[in-house]
Design a protein around this ligand. Structure first.
Ligand code: BTN
Length: 239
């Protein structure tokens, strides 16, 4: 079955997520793309650096179309990005829990999923994806220079955005078990000692061996006393 993706392409937007949230009427897989953003947002309302030339996009997902749970959507998007970039020659991409994609240990993509609710019922899911493309190291602001990377890609960005949206549609249609399995297959730091800041637990820093994610996409850490912590909101600390 062919999948219909409507692309709305802008030179510059405050944030593709904001435009996607505001878009009315909308249909499943409507995709907002911008060449740059003036107020791109990351997790926890942080600023997301968006150099001109990257791919900044937000895909609208109809909650009725997902077979996975809402908390698996970021994982589905990350897998869709990897699946779309691999055939254009970007090899060796790895996931960093929960929403980052790394190339050679540096973040080349961040994902931000949001959903609005009416009477506790999800109405519209917006999945924002920012990919650094052809950005020279020296262009990144000092505070992210040693962590941010970029892919080299000279193909058509709109075609790439379309492919990502189509692959995303595929991953949200899989079972959560399949998404979790594929996410774990691509996850970095599994089996390694990892420190995570647990945002749901007073920002406590927990160190342990990463066991990958559980069925809910929570990160499992085996601590020194042998217990396993399941962390649902947090961030892996840089070494
Ligand atoms: C993160 O790394 O914390 C998530 C970054 C998500 C950035 C993308 S860029 C396209 C979309 N629009 C936004 O304002 N944010 C997302």
């Amino acid at each position: 079955m062919s999948v219909n993706v409507n692309i709305f392409h802008y030179k510059s937007l405050e944030s593709t997520n904001k435009t996607a949230v505001e878009l009315q009427p909308w249909t499943h897989l409507d995709t907002i793309v911008a060449d740059t953003q003036t107020a791109g947002k990351g997790r926890f309302d942080r600023q997301f650096y968006a150099a001109d030339g990257g791919l900044y996009m937000s895909v609208i997902i109809d909650p009725a179309r997902i077979k996975i749970k809402l908390q698996h959507c970021t994982a589905a998007a990350a897998l869709a990005v990897i699946e779309s970039l691999t055939p254009v020659g970007i090899q060796g991409l790895k996931l960093k829990w929960v929403n980052d994609i790394l190339l050679d240990g540096k973040k080349i993509c961040g994902i931000l999923t949001g959903c609005n609710f009416l009477a506790a019922k999800p109405q519209k899911i917006v999945i924002g994806i920012g990919i650094n493309i052809n950005i020279p190291e020296e262009a990144f602001p000092d505070e992210i220079k040693n962590k941010a990377g970029s892919i080299e890609y000279n193909g058509d960005k709109i075609e790439l955005a379309k492919t990502i949206a189509i692959n995303l549609d595929k991953y949200i249609s899989l079972s959560k078990e399949e998404v979790v399995k594929r996410y774990n297959d691509n996850l970095s730091f599994v089996g390694c000692e990892t420190t995570v800041q647990d945002y749901a637990n007073n920002f406590e820093k927990i160190t342990g061996k990463s066991l990958g994610v559980d069925e809910d996409c929570y990160l499992m850490l085996e601590t020194n006393d042998g217990s396993i912590r399941h962390i649902y909101s947090g961030e892996i600390c840089d070494n």
